[in-house]
Write a protein that binds this ligand. Structure first.
Ligand code: MLT
Length: 255
């Protein structure tokens, strides 16, 4: 199903950067990065299908379809190629984008994500969450996920924003993403073929996509570099924006 994504566009003459949010967030999660990149890059932040102000499509929301939505958005904006940065589910979408549209990726940033598919237990947990959100709504998903998304020392403002984003995501948007993630393919074989400059970022306290996953990405993507952010959990861009932004700005200046 064709979807026209809601998005923000900082404009400006710099090289384009697309920031792809995680599950179940929206483009607000990138506000600090948009501010840090302003004047240097044209920053585009989509709301993935079923999230933020974008339309909800019937589930599942496959990673390939989400990547296709991002490609259509770039077409609409007349952007042929961009640096693509995705956090967590946004990283799964970024990997799908590289597989489908390798020539459109100038540089790649994979934050707190992994290449592998879900394990059978992981898939079952996704289906349990589908039942939970349909029965009890997005607030129950926020209650379930918040302790894992951020480290105990995360700033209260980050915690509040994460809750607000989750609670404002439509139930069927959450269902679509859960089912889409559950059936996403393993991208490990793709890694050796990635030919653009690649940065991997990970919070050392990430319990959803632990540091070992990032180390595997870096070991398999030619020339990739790893930046770890000590003491920080899964949503590293919100929990430690200064460290995240400095890694991002530095990498994009060299990429
Ligand atoms: C995310 O933060 O996007 C999700 O936690 C990723 C996942 O559940 O695999």
């Amino acid at each position: 199903m064709k979807i026209s994504l809601a998005f923000s566009d900082s404009g400006g003459a710099g090289s384009p950067v697309v920031l792809i949010h995680g599950f179940p967030f929206d483009r607000r999660s990138w506000d600090a990065q948009v501010a840090a990149l302003r004047g240097k890059h044209r920053v585009i932040c989509p709301d993935l299908r079923g999230h933020g102000a974008s339309p909800v499509a019937p589930p599942p929301a496959r990673m390939d379809e989400m990547a296709g939505d991002v490609a259509s958005l770039l077409d609409r904006l007349g952007i042929e190629a961009a640096a693509i940065c995705g956090l967590s589910m946004g990283g799964y979408v970024a990997l799908a984008f590289v597989r489908l549209f390798p020539k459109r990726v100038r540089a790649l940033v994979l934050a707190d994500t992994r290449a592998g598919a879900d394990s059978p237990e992981g898939r079952k947990a996704r289906h349990d969450m589908v039942a939970l959100v349909r029965a009890e709504g997005a607030r129950a998903i926020a209650d379930r996920l918040l302790p894992k998304l951020l480290s105990p020392s995360a700033p209260p403002a980050a915690r509040e924003l994460v809750r607000r984003m989750i609670e404002s995501t439509p139930v069927e948007g959450i269902v679509g993403a859960l089912l889409g993630m559950a059936e996403r393919p393993d991208s490990t074989d793709l890694l050796a073929k990635i030919a653009c400059p690649t940065l991997v970022i990970c919070g050392t306290e990430d319990v959803i996509t632990p540091l070992a996953e990032s180390r595997e990405l870096v070991a398999k993507i030619p020339g990739a570099t790893l930046v770890t952010i000590p003491g920080v959990g899964h949503v590293s861009n919100l929990e430690a924006p200064a460290a995240f932004d400095s890694a991002l700005v530095d990498f994009l200046a060299r990429a």
